[in-house]
Design a protein around this ligand. Structure first.
Ligand code: SAH
Length: 243
């Protein structure tokens, strides 16, 4: 867990946040046959769109995405689209999650750093594939929400941190893989430093509205090889932590 920052302002919970957390605590999670059927259809759509890694598709087939959304979205949770979560953030579109995960070429027991926990759906996909996941979120409220989310206790291989993803997690690195799930205006040096030799980073780089998905590989001489993929639109990767 993130260490307490002695200089931080005392964290005061807004009444509406308190209500949202109580609401989540009281929520029960049920994965019906109907949800499972909708998930199978979603997996078929992802296959049609070009996702081929069966381990990625299996993970998406197993994880109840509707648990990560407000119950109001229960009926549409398996459409291939992004949805709003708390704090003006989004749970990424399943295609985007599948695309980034496929590019990452995940293997069991790898150490993976994720920037932008958000709903924790992407973290669960990586954990379901057997990776050891270290995920950072800069928004205190989203970080706190996760602690109330009972489903997550299924994945002992995810560690959650409250912090600034631009800094990475130097004390826990180096990482086999790094995945950035917010739009980075540039490639953060600290993250490149925390990548193993032979390690891979998948990161959307560009300005607001449109970013190019990049895959960086640190080769055996420590040189970074770049590959470019499709364009996407992520919420921005912002500097600093937010209370
Ligand atoms: N992986 C998430 C997608 C969340 S959207 C999911 O599966 O739901 C991107 C997230 O990145 C947001 O929650 C946002 O608050 C967070 N974020 C943006 N800049 C960040 C930074 N510098 N460090 C850590 N998290 C950041």
């Amino acid at each position: 867990m993130a260490r307490a920052n002695p200089n931080a302002h005392p964290y005061i919970l807004h009444p509406s946040s308190l209500f949202a957390i109580l609401h989540l605590l009281m929520r029960t999670y049920v994965d019906t046959y109907r949800h499972q059927g909708l998930r199978k259809k979603l997996v078929a759509i992802l296959r049609e769109k070009g996702i081929t890694d069966e381990k990625v598709l299996d993970a998406i087939n197993l994880i109840p995405r509707h648990f990560f959304l407000d119950t109001a979205f229960d009926d549409i949770a398996y459409q291939d689209r992004a949805f709003p979560i708390a704090q003006d953030q989004t749970i990424s579109q399943p295609y985007t999650v599948a695309y980034q995960t496929e590019l990452l070429r995940v293997h069991p027991h790898e150490k993976i750093l994720e920037i932008g926990t958000g709903s924790s759906y992407q973290s669960c996909v990586l954990a379901q594939m057997g990776a050891r996941v270290f995920t950072i979120e800069r928004q205190r409220l989203l970080f706190d929400f996760i602690k109330t989310f009972s489903f997550i206790s299924r994945y002992r291989n995810i560690k959650f941190f409250y912090g600034d993803g631009y800094e990475g997690l130097p004390t826990f690195g180096p990482f086999d893989k790094i995945i950035v799930t917010a739009a980075a205006p540039h490639i953060p040096d600290r993250l490149v430093e925390q990548l193993c030799i032979g390690g891979t980073m998948v990161i959307p780089v560009g300005e607001k509205g449109l970013q190019r998905m990049l895959r960086l590989t640190k080769n055996h001489s420590g040189i970074i090889d770049f590959e470019e993929f499709d364009n996407f639109s992520f919420v921005p990767m912002l500097g600093g932590k937010k209370n």
